[in-house]
Every structure is written in C-alpha cells, then in structure tokens.
Design a protein. Structure first.
Length: 448
C-alpha cells in the first residue's frame, strides 16, 4: 500500500514538472514570437536610430499587450529614460525585475533612474547589488563613479576644487601698435614705442561649494572663489593678481536652473592696488532638445578704481550674455554660439575712454580626435563703440578679431595637460589702439 502511495505521488510530481516545463516552453515561444513581430522590430529600430519618442509609443503599446515581457519592458524603460520620463522608466525596469530578478542590466538602469530622481539611498542599494555580479570592468568603473557621487550627496554638500599651473609667452604685452605713424588731428606723429614680449608663469585656484537646502532639495546655496596670479619674467610692472568671489542661491525646476548671486572682484597690477568690482548677477540655464543647453547671464556691476588719478574711470556696467551649446557628431563633439553685450557708463570726470557699448559674438567648436585627446577652436569678433571722443581725434571704434586654438590630453581622471594659442588683431579708428598680438600657454590642470 505504501509503495502504491509513493508511486501515485511520484506520478503527480512528474505531471506537475511536465506542466511547468510546458508553461516555460509556451512562455519562451511567446517571447520569441513577440520579438519577431513587426511591432517589436519597428520599435527596436526606432530605438537604435535614436528616435525615442516613436520607440516609446510603440513599446508602450506592446507593454499593455504583454505586461510581463522582459525585453518589451526593458526597451520601454530605456526609451523613457532617454526622454527623461523617469517615472515611466522606473515602472518599466521594476516590471523587468519582477519577471527576472537576475537581469543586471535592468537593475543598473533602475539604479540610474533612482539616482536621477534623487533617491540616493535606494540607488546605492541597487548599485551595490549589481556590483556583486560578474560585470565588465567598464560597467564596474561607472557604478563606482555613481557611488562616489552618492557619497558626496550623503555629506550634505559638494566641494569642487581645481588648481591650474601655466607657463606662457606673449609677443606684445602692452598692446603696442605696429603702425609706424600715428595720426593726431592733422598731425602725423612717428611711433616711438617698442613692442615688448615676455614669458610668464600663472597660478589659478578655484573652489566651488554647493550646499543643498535641507527642507527643499531644489534649492542650493552656492559659493565660488577664484585666485589668479600672473608673474612676468622681465616686466614685473605687468604682474597681476586677481581675486573673484560670488555667492548666491540656486533653484532647479525640471530642466531649468536659476542662480542669483552677489559678486566681488579685486585686481592688483604690478605693486599697486588697481580696482574693485562689485555687483549682482542672474544666471538661467535650460536644457532643451535633449542635450542642447541654453544659458542666459545678466549682470549689473560697479567698477571702482583705487588710485585717485584714475577715479575718472569709475563706471557702472550692464551685461547680457547668451550661450547656446549643442552636441554634434553623435554627441562626441560640441558647437557653442555666444553673444555678449556690455553697456559701460562713466560716473564722473571728463575722460573720453570710459563710456562705451561692447558687442561680441563667438563661435566655439570642441572635438575629440582620439581617446583622451580634445581639441577646440574659437572665433570671436568684438566691436567697441566709444560714446565720447577727443575733438582732435576721429570717433573711436575698435574692431577686435580673436582666434584661439586648443589641444588637451587627459592624463587620468583628475589630471589634464593642455596648450592654447591665441591670435588677436585689433583695428581702431585711432591708430594708437591698432595692434596685433600672439600668445601661447601650456597648462597643467588638477582636480582634487
């Protein structure tokens, strides 16, 4: 009797195993059938082409028909992620993991979504679980970067520090004219100035502190301090020391960031206290069209000269800067268009070289040529129109063309070496201010 019972139980388990195998086989067949369907292939091709709006729509339809399909939910989540629809992406990757908890790709994507949604504790847990799996070294390195970023967030503040050491050469440090004769009224004067060239050593320190507001993580308190020192080899009267300090409040709303700040800059030239500048600024950055970035910067400043003999140069300045950056060549390179307008007005005195309107446009192209090597070129045109003029001289209008070439090599995560060549050609209605100059600098940059 006991043997009969055992036989019946064994047959029952065999029957259940057969049913389970049949279910698994049916499920596998269904998955293959869906992946070979026209709807899936169309959605997948749109995803590969980068048309994430169309792929999201098609995968959304497939997900409603096959809510447990692993591949449908995965690419539904990836499409939503690329369109920054993080809540949809989270739900899709979560469904993948319910179906298959060992899908490390989906778990990694889920962790990234949680990080961008500022769920740092949950993101850390998912990242650490992926790290326990056999994953490629590049993926492991990426996860470790995310974990370091989470560690920074857990500190309650973020402190960025940069140090730059540069060695440079300038063939016309005083911007002397290259013309042999200078026109003054109806007189033609001989140019008796000598163009001076010199090498220099530069030191730059930058610190940026960002502290999120505990009660609202969309609000931050941000402070930036910069110190710049340039020492000339021969003409020490051209030595320069600059300090810059800005502090303000930032607010992030989806794709837009607002930062309003107070600022103060101070300059020493040679051994003299030269000038101070103080004011306010408002910066607005907005991410548009996926990875395109628009930046608008408004400033109102007061310039105060320190030497009594220069008080006639005291002025107020209004500035507007607009930058538009767009990725090109599959996001490997970038093109930036910039426009600047400055309105400077003197506050006292009779000097005619203070009040002016400045208009500037710049085009920059940055390109990666090899792994770790970056190049860039800037073309800039500036027009300075002076509003007051000496009766013995023409109305002063300066036109300045600047070309900059850059090459950089990233040595590792924190060290970069770069060189920069600058060519400036200035033409003025007043010959004294017509000049050319070239300079080159070699920089070593450390992020710590």
């Amino acid at each position: 009797m006991f043997k009969v019972i055992l036989t019946i139980v064994s047959l029952l388990f065999i029957s259940l195993d057969a049913q389970d195998m049949g279910t698994q086989s049916n499920k596998l067949n269904q998955e293959l059938e869906v992946r070979n369907s026209k709807s899936y292939l169309d959605a997948f091709n749109f995803f590969k082409m980068g048309d994430f709006t169309k792929s999201l729509k098609l995968f959304e339809q497939l997900s409603s028909e096959y809510p447990e399909h692993e591949y449908v939910n995965y690419y539904y989540g990836r499409s939503a992620f690329e369109l920054e629809q993080y809540e949809l992406a989270y739900s899709a990757f979560d469904r993948v993991l319910i179906t298959n908890p060992s899908n490390h790709r989906a778990r990694l994507e889920l962790a990234r979504v949680l990080f961008l949604m500022k769920g740092y504790k949950e993101a850390k847990k998912e990242f650490e679980q992926v790290l326990m799996s056999p994953i490629p070294p590049t993926v492991r390195a990426t996860i470790e970067k995310f974990l370091l970023a989470i560690k920074d967030q857990e500190k309650g503040y973020k402190l960025n520090k940069v140090a730059i050491v540069g060695f440079g050469w300038d063939d016309n440090i005083n911007n002397n004219t290259y013309l042999n004769n200078i026109l003054y009224g109806n007189l033609i004067l001989d140019n008796d100035t000598n163009k001076k060239s010199d090498s220099n050593l530069k030191f730059i320190l930058v610190g940026n502190l960002v502290v999120p507001y505990e009660k609202n993580n969309k609000i931050t308190f941000e402070t930036t301090a910069i110190a710049f020192l340039q020492k000339q080899r021969h003409y020490t009267e051209n030595n320069m020391f600059l300090t810059s300090f800005t502090s303000g409040i930032g607010y992030v709303n989806q794709d837009t960031k607002f930062l309003t700040s107070l600022l103060y800059n101070h300059a020493w030239v040679g051994s003299h206290d030269y000038m101070g500048i103080y004011g306010t600024s408002l910066n607005i950055k907005r991410k548009i069209l996926n990875d395109n970035l628009l930046s608008v910067d408004l400033k109102y400043k007061k310039k105060k000269m320190k030497a009594p003999s220069n008080h006639g140069k005291n002025s107020s300045l209004k500035e507007l800067t607009v930058d538009y950056m767009m990725p090109v060549n599959e996001k490997k390179d970038s093109l930036t268009l910039s426009a600047l307008y400055i309105e400077e007005r003197k506050e006292q005195g009779t000097r005619v070289d203070v009040s002016k309107d400045i208009k500037k446009i710049k085009v920059s192209y940055d390109k990666k040529i090899f792994e770790g090597y970056d190049t860039g070129i800037d073309y800039q045109f500036e027009k300075d129109v002076y509003l007051e003029n000496n009766i013995n001289l023409p109305d002063r209008v300066d036109k300045i063309r600047t070309i900059i070439l850059r090459v950089g090599k990233k040595l590792n995560k924190t060290n970069t070496i770069s060189t920069e060549y600058t060519n400036i050609n200035t033409k003025s209605e007043i010959n004294t201010y017509t000049y050319k100059k070239q300079s080159i600098v070699l920089n070593y940059t450390l992020i710590f």
